[in-house]
Design a protein around this ligand. Structure first.
Ligand SMILES: NC(=O)c1ccc[n+]([C@@H]2O[C@H](COP(=O)([O-])OP(=O)(O)OC[C@H]3O[C@@H](n4cnc5c(N)ncnc54)[C@H](O)[C@@H]3O)[C@@H](O)[C@H]2O)c1
Length: 249
């Protein structure tokens, strides 16, 4: 758990992509800080295991409006409001040049990484309005900030879109006291990364990071909690590069 003493008692939080990785670390940290934490994910088995006894797992496909609507209805029935939405679900695609990306792959990656943020936020805003200080925290990426960084074209485009949507929604919702911010991580050592990259590749990546290592999911979760906290109430429309110095913008 992050060593940050934020309190989220009487706070209703929904984290998408909470079955594993960063989302699980964040949702667990919220639960440990006293929140009613909803673990939203398509993976029922890992999602239920992640929530354990401290949170509530709700099966939710962030690319499907009906599924999102069911998840939001459940939260509304239980609490009448939502205080924090963390749009974390997202994913990586094969690294290939733009001319080699099939249209189907392009659409799938945009749906998962960008349209999902639109759909989830659209469904959540009416519930966030019922909070005394609603928060949206979006998971962007260094891939959406850098062009010199080798990544997948639809993924980089979707994440740049997330950073942009963060600013637009922040402007729209500021007068209602709802803040919208994004985090742009670069290399977080989740189980997916361990599966995807062998030790040598991971060592190469670590060398390319000025601070010389991967970040842990728990360290990144601390940023999510900070942006969701009352203490971050004067911050909105920002994308925070939590990247070990890989991009100093
Ligand atoms: N890990 C990194 O180094 C890194 C770097 C930059 C950005 N990010 C971003 O952080 C976020 C989390 O990354 P991670 O590495 O923890 O991911 P991960 O692959 O470990 O976990 C993603 C989770 O999202 C869930 N998911 C996938 N499709 C879904 C859908 N349609 N509906 C609901 N849930 C769905 C998966 O089941 C899984 O639990 C992503 O948005 C990713 O792009 C990660």
């Amino acid at each position: 758990m992050p060593n940050v003493d934020f309190r989220f008692h009487d706070t209703v939080v929904a984290v998408t992509g909470a079955a594993i990785g960063i989302g699980r670390a964040a949702a667990r940290a919220f639960a440990a800080a006293g929140a009613a934490a909803y673990f939203l994910d398509i993976d029922e088995v890992a999602g239920s295991e992640a929530a354990g006894g401290s949170g509530v797992f709700v099966k939710c496909d962030v690319t499907a409006p009906d599924s999102i609507s069911l998840a939001m209805s459940r939260i509304e029935t239980n609490h009448g409001r939502l205080d924090v939405l963390v749009n974390n679900a997202g994913g990586f695609a094969a690294q290939r040049n733009t001319e080699d990306v099939p249209l189907e792959e392009w659409k799938r990656i945009l749906d998962l990484n960008l349209t999902s943020v639109f759909l989830m936020s659209k469904a959540a805003v009416p519930l966030l309005r019922k909070s005394t200080g609603g928060r949206i925290v979006n998971m962007g990426s260094l891939a959406g900030q850098l062009t010199s960084y080798r990544t997948a074209p639809p993924y980089a485009s979707a994440k740049a879109g997330v950073h942009s949507l963060t600013r637009v929604m922040a402007s729209e919702l500021a007068t209602e006291g709802i803040t919208v911010n994004a985090i742009a991580p670069s290399a977080v050592l989740t189980e997916r990364i361990v599966e995807l990259r062998d030790e040598q590749e991971r060592a190469e990546t670590a060398r390319s990071i000025p601070l010389g290592r991967y970040q842990t999911p728990e360290e990144l979760a601390a940023w999510v909690l900070f942006l969701a906290s009352a203490e971050a109430g004067f911050v909105t429309g920002q994308t925070f590069g939590v990247n070990g110095g890989r991009y100093m913008g």
